[in-house]
Write a protein that binds this ligand. Sequence first.
Ligand code: OOG
Ligand code: NI
Length: 465
Amino acid sequence: QSQQAFVSPDTIRSLFTEAMSAMYRTEVPQYGTLIELVADVNAEVLQANPELKARLAALGELDRINVERHGAIRLGTPEELFNMRRLFAVMGMEAVGYYDLSMAGVPVHSTCFRPVDEAALNINPFRVFTSLLRLELIEDKALRAEAEEILSRRKIFTEGALKLIALYEEKGGLTEEEARTFVAEALETFRWHSEATVSAETYKRLHDAHRLIADVVSFKGPHINHLTPRTLDIDAVQAGMPKRGITPKAVIEGPPRRKVDILLRQTSFKALEEPVQFIGDAATAGTHTARFGEIEQRGVALTPKGRALYDKLLNTVRGEVQVGAAGAGAGDYMSELSARFAEFPDDADTLRREGLAFFRYTVTEAGRRAVADGVKLQASVEELLKAGYLRFDPIVYEDFLPVSAAGIFQSNLGTDQQVNYAARANRAAFETALGGKVEDELALYAATQNNSLAASLQALGFTAP
Ligand code: OOG
Ligand code: NI
């Protein structure tokens, strides 16, 4: 059997990210403006912080600082989710985490397709927040049946994409030429189509049931609805948006500004009103709002204990300070958030010692020298850290936050109003549609921390317990 060289899924993911970014900038010009603002703010932050710049350079992150970190799509049927899992697998992306958005009044549940191992995340951490519409949450049975029928007729993947996915599954890889074709074919699924597949009248009924239902059901495919670059100072970008003619959502989602960043902070600009052609005799023109731009700033991943504290503090603020539909109360919300989070330790060592966050352990140069010199070492992690033989660095949170995601959804469905509904999670149904289990993100972080500690202790001459 002739052994053809396969390109790595990481390479395919990078090609895909580039292609998607280029497409989205042409489709949504305001997104290009946001990218420029983010690049300017990142450059200012780096100039003001030579230490940060050196650290990012050492991590190899400087070159791709302005490259997109995530995007999002919304799917209509279980089958679409099943095939989307297969498509992302070609790019080394797996389903991690289950998010129930019904508690925010959004009739979807979601996962994140992303690379999982550390090396792959380092090469390109691009991920896609992927939601599946839950028609069972629509009250109107006739409308539900109609939506199902419309969705059953569409084909969101090209024949070429499906063929190459099957080839990948059969052979275990794609050649460079196949990979390039695959990226071009896959891109078609995420493209915006201004021609709706329904009449203006049907669109209106879907829209009246829920804006999100109209967005998923009325079009040929799951257009990418936003892309998200990384910023080094999200507060500065939020403040800078209006000066460039961009309207940001009312509040930054997630934790407040801190010395040690935790989890994920996000904000977006309001979705644009775009022209749409409906079908029907009098081909009617109308508009649709779905597509926007977002930015993110990531911090350390929290342990279950840290996450419980985060959720508790966030919930008390949200319970007491409500942000209105037009953003009223946003200032109170942000200052109250900062005040409440004073309870959350804000230095890395306390976060580590109290088991609130995950860290990666490595042996220092001094540690390696001590081993080479045959120095007798103390078998205690705290002693090894104190002696400078061992060090720890934050493990970056690579996932999403359901309450934040709900806020991003709400803002881009036309309102900044914060709402809290009863949760109606149905993970089992989601996994049945997916055709597999979603991975547990907390288990992934715990494994990274434990493996790094075990490997470090071994390198320092201690055998595993
Ligand atoms: C997804 C919104 C969630 C995030 O970053 O939390 C999201 C959507 O609007 O489809 O992207
Ligand atoms: Ni997003």
